[in-house]
Write a protein that binds this ligand. Structure first.
Ligand code: MN
Length: 195
């Protein structure tokens, strides 16, 4: 079973992530940051990766450590659940439209972290949530998940829609990349012999 649980504890946050790559998009995410929970729910729902997250972070400072460290823990859980990556599609991409927002995500589960983040927000905040933390989350996910990740905002005038469409676009791309490719059977999708 492609499942993993990661527990990560620092002086700033205590985070537990459980995920199942072969799930149905069931989620139970509680980080103490409402908008971020809403985004994590989208990530699960649209990737079909079951996701349970409990985060207890230093929110009296701000949301930064909690959001970043949750990204780290999800990335680590992905690596553990993917294991040897035998038989997966490896690549995924998606154009996601949400009202005014059009986001494109393209990713490679290459083991090589690389983030291209071409997403500007028209406002600095969504409610009390700092928009710049969306990039921090995906930077942490890319780095610790070993993911080459490109995200581009092609259109968008509403920050909530732009953020949400970015999570949904990455979710759909991730769904494709982690899936088993029936033509790949038990082969590794690389000519290098390792991913
Ligand atoms: Mn929403």
């Amino acid at each position: 079973m492609r499942k993993a649980t990661i527990t990560r504890k620092t002086a700033e946050t205590k985070i537990e992530v459980t995920l199942n790559l072969d799930g149905t998009g069931q989620y139970d995410n509680r980080t103490g940051v409402g908008f971020f929970d809403h985004m994590l729910d989208q990530l699960s729902r649209h990737s079909l990766i079951d996701l349970t997250i409990r985060a207890d972070g230093d929110l009296h400072i701000d949301d930064h450590h909690t959001v970043e460290d949750t990204g780290i823990a999800i990335g680590q859980a992905l690596v553990q659940a993917l294991g040897d990556k035998i038989g997966i599609r490896r690549y995924g991409s998606f154009h996601l439209a949400m009202d005014d927002a059009l986001l494109r995500a393209a990713l490679d589960l290459s083991g090589r972290p690389y983030l291209i983040w071409n997403v500007d927000f028209p406002s600095p905040k969504i409610g009390t949530f700092d928009c710049e933390l969306v990039r921090e989350f995906f930077q942490a996910l890319s780095t610790h998940g070993g993911i080459t990740l490109h995200v581009d905002r092609l259109h968008g005038i509403n920050s909530h829609h732009i953020a949400e469409a970015s999570f949904k676009a990455v979710a759909r791309a991730l769904r494709e990349a982690v899936e088993a490719d029936p033509r790949m059977s038990d082969a590794l999708p690389s000519t290098k012999g390792a991913l």
